[in-house]
Ligand binder design. Structure first.
Ligand SMILES: [Zn+2]
Length: 344
């Protein structure tokens, strides 16, 4: 009799296992059903002691074997399910689209500055640096802007409260031209150098003016440097920068540190010189000032008078970036407004 019941328990258990799947909760229910004290199997095991010796011999090992089988089947299955769950957790779908890391990028100003440096470097220019906090000598006097001269009023200056150790007044440089003198004090011609950097002016801001801005100073000095050299270098630079054929036009002007001095214009890159609203129908866009280095500036830097010739030229990096990337307000560059920053 018990033998038949044991057979039935075995079959029941196997059938039940088929319905469990990977559900650990259902396995627990099975464990209770087949192995708990109230289970049919346990009743048989308990009743063995009341059986005849022959029945004991037959049923005893059989019941124990059945119990062991069920136990080990359940243990194996639980382990198997657990392993599969762990694998699922670590599983990587190599075909899934990647998640893009959010990383920062260069501000448009830095990007433009690097583009400019790259072009000049390709034309064998050296890139140099100069101080932003300066004394009057380097910012004004050495550049032939004497004290009390009206020319000095052209540059509205941020003065520092403290003087330097020599008791000299200090200021935030109003242009990168101070770097010309520093560079010439330490280098003998011939050379061609560009000095990018920040300059400051005490003035009201609007769409075209900022109190701090970036400039580029270019200086080429040698025995026989002329305006023609300047024109050709400027043309090559602007054509490379705007990736278009750009023409240069010079107009007479005045700067204390150059003689003769020019304002230079480039052909309008929108209409290519035909005339449009960007260039007020002139076909030309104002770019900046330039000229042949005043011999007095050479003397300030310690060069012998009339020994060398050179040209100097400065322009605003913001202005170039505004033209190339169609930015309509210079104040955007330092606004920290992500809607602007993320466009470039
Ligand atoms: Zn135009």
């Amino acid at each position: 009799m018990s033998k038949k019941i044991l057979e039935k328990i075995k079959i029941d258990f196997e059938n039940s296992l088929q319905t469990v799947g990977t559900d650990l909760g259902k396995l627990e229910v099975l464990r209770v059903k087949f192995l708990s004290r109230k289970s049919e199997l346990n009743k048989i095991l308990k009743g063995i002691k009341n059986l005849s010796p022959e029945e004991k011999k037959e049923i005893g090992p059989l019941a124990n074997q059945t119990r062991k089988n069920i136990e080990s089947r359940l243990t194996d299955l639980i382990e198997e399910i657990q392993q599969k769950k762990d694998l699922d957790k670590d599983w990587i779908d190599v075909t899934a689209p990647g998640k893009k890391e959010r990383i920062g990028h260069l501000n448009l100003l830095s990007k433009t500055q690097r583009e400019i440096e790259k072009i000049f470097t390709s034309m064998s220019f050296e890139i140099a640096d100069g101080p932003e906090i300066e004394n009057e000598w380097y910012n004004f006097d050495a550049l032939n802007i004497p004290k009390n001269h009206p020319a000095r009023d052209l540059w509205d200056t941020f003065w520092m409260k403290n003087k330097n150790q020599k008791g000299e007044k200090l200021l935030l440089r109003t242009h990168t031209s101070n770097s010309q003198i520093h560079y010439m004090e330490n280098n003998k011609p011939p050379f061609q150098v560009v000095v990018p950097g920040r300059a400051y002016r005490y003035e009201a801001t609007d769409a075209n003016h900022e109190h701090s801005f970036c400039q580029f100073e270019a200086l080429v000095v040698g025995d026989d440097v002329s305006v023609a050299n300047f024109k050709s270098i400027a043309q090559e630079f602007f054509s490379a920068f705007f990736q278009d054929e750009i023409k240069i036009r010079l107009r007479p002007s005045y700067f204390p540190f150059t003689e003769p001095s020019f304002e230079f214009d480039i052909s309008c890159k929108v209409c290519r010189g035909k005339g449009c609203s960007t260039c007020s129908n002139t076909g030309w866009l104002e770019m900046g000032g330039c000229g042949m280095v005043n011999q007095r500036v050479f003397e300030s830097a310690g060069y012998e008078k009339d020994k060398y010739q050179g040209f100097a030229w400065g322009f605003g990096i913001e202005r170039l970036a505004m033209m190339k990337y169609q930015v309509n307000d210079i104040r955007h560059f330092r606004s920290g407004d992500l809607r602007f920053v993320q466009q470039f």
